[in-house]
Design a protein around this ligand. Structure first.
Ligand code: FES
Ligand code: FES
Length: 157
């Protein structure tokens, strides 16, 4: 049995230690917001947060998350950075087909939580592992800047 917190709730799963975390989230727990893209850690579609850090869940094993705090796209809007990112995403209509966007939002939320005023270089580095076949990169960049500004304004209130 592997125990962890998922979006704030105590969660236990009876799975093999080496089951990919993405399988645990989608197939065992039925939470399908986190997407399968490449399956080899190269596209970012499966990004979740583990103790606040972004992780490619397709290449992490279930045993790796024992005792950890996991956040998925379903609950990222409950964090200050996640809420700011989701609002900016809607305002700037970032999404095209949508498939990569859970991962984009998870990486963006982690980026502005770690780097409150990200430069273009910070954004390039923080988002370099998230691939978008629709080419939404320009809107992603603008939305991260807008989200960082609104998160900073909320902190100053
Ligand atoms: S599905 Fe995990 S990085 Fe592509
Ligand atoms: S919005 Fe379609 S793959 Fe990114």
């Amino acid at each position: 049995m592997i125990n962890f917190k998922l979006n704030g709730k105590d969660t236990s799963v009876d799975v093999a230690d080496d089951m990919p975390v993405l399988w645990v989230i989608r197939d065992v727990l039925g939470m399908t917001g986190t997407k399968f893209g490449c399956g080899v850690g190269l596209c970012g579609a499966c990004t979740i947060h583990v103790d606040g850090e972004p992780l490619r869940s397709c290449i992490a094993q279930a045993a790796d998350i024992a005792g950890a705090n996991i956040t998925t796209i379903e609950a990222i809007g409950e964090t200050p950075s996640g809420q700011a990112v989701q609002e900016a995403w809607l305002h700037l209509e970032v999404v095209q087909c949508g498939y990569c966007q859970s991962g984009q939002i998870m990486s963006a939320a982690a980026l502005i939580a770690a780097v409150p005023e990200p430069s273009d270089t910070d954004i390039d580095e923080g988002m370099s592992g998230n691939i978008c076949r629709c080419g939404t990169y320009v809107r992603v960049r603008e939305a991260i800047k807008e989200a960082a500004k609104s998160a900073a304004a909320k902190r100053a209130e």
